[in-house]
Design a protein around this ligand. Sequence first.
Ligand code: NAD
Ligand code: UD1
Length: 341
Amino acid sequence: MILITGGTGYIGAHVALECMVRGEEVLILDNLCNSQRSAIDRISVLAGKRPGFIFGDVRNRRLLDSVLRDYPIDAVVHCAGLKAVGESVREPLRYYNTNVGGSVVLCQAMAQAGIFRLVFSSSATVYGDCTCMPINESCATGQPTNPYGMSKLMCENVMKSVASSDPRWSIGLLRYFNPIGAHASGLLGEAPTSTPNNLLPYLLQVALGERRALAVFGNDYPTPDGTGVRDYIHVEDLALGHIRALDALRDRRGVSLWNLGTGRGYSVLDVVKAFEKVSGIPIPLNVEARRPGDIACCWADPQKSIEELGWQARHGLEKMLADAWRWQCNQHKRDEVRKAN
Ligand code: NAD
Ligand code: UD1
């Protein structure tokens, strides 16, 4: 059985579904601070059976001890955490407490229970403003520009130390590039309960008419069209990377680093153009100043993941955007029905 912390969240729900489709038993632990219980129903519809669910906090050691004692868990995927960069600047202690504190408590409880296979949701943010492009796993980690990024780097360091202290650990640090998209069914996607942070949620709000224009944060970067370039990856491809990592960790010890990205970079304007093409909706733009802490370019060298995990992203940008748009339209319809009742 796989324990997925943060399993009702955007990425965790896709990982949970993918595990279940592969015949694994899944137990989700989430405190629902940025997700909804209804994700469980949707995963159940798509998987044809229900995952277990524990409502609780990953920092609660007593709860974790009892979960790891009472269920036959043999590996953990640790997605629970806070991820809004701006909020992390305003509330750094909450971020360090949840992200770093949660990881420490989880590792302690796992060690106590004799469970040593762990996959962690890390981020390409740990590379900081890396100048070697594409970025591979041997590029040095940098100085993340905000407490969120710093907390991810700290979690990685905690896990590296833990693995050096005891040879039984098998830990996979998955460095996600920019996950976007949604499940092709339109039933699972990003449904944050707090203010969005990233490009896609804002773009979708403009498409729905909830926002007048998309702010483009800078068009004077040293990139082909002057806007920031990122490696967007379909969340279903990302979820599959976790399954491959869980498998690979059976035969590995210590810490393994894997980039989860496509290896292709797209600018903000590329994303807008592709979205207009798949949705038929024009997106008004408003060029603004650069966002503090932003970098010009960031895309992955996925070769190590291809070789060691036998994993490679399959979906292109248009598919990611079409799936995100389908999910957003479904959400919008559900909200309208709720308001009408
Ligand atoms: P999300 O907010 O949708 O999911 C996180 C889940 O963790 C939520 O369901 C939330 O309720 C839960 N959670 C938060 N604190 C908790 C706690 N103390 N105890 C139990 N549950 C808790 O975010 P996501 O996009 O699915 O991200 C998942 C992980 O991936 C996070 O750790 C995030 O930092 C990391 N990550 C995300 C991105 C991205 O762009 N989405 C990129 C890189 C890394
Ligand atoms: C951001 C975070 C990073 C985190 C990642 C995934 C910052 C500084 N960095 O990275 O730590 O790991 O999300 O959660 O917040 N953009 C616009 N208009 C918008 C929103 C974004 O032009 O309204 C641009 C950005 O300048 C960037 C690109 O779109 O060039 C992608 O932005 P975003 O989705 O926020 O991701 P990252 O900047 O990669």
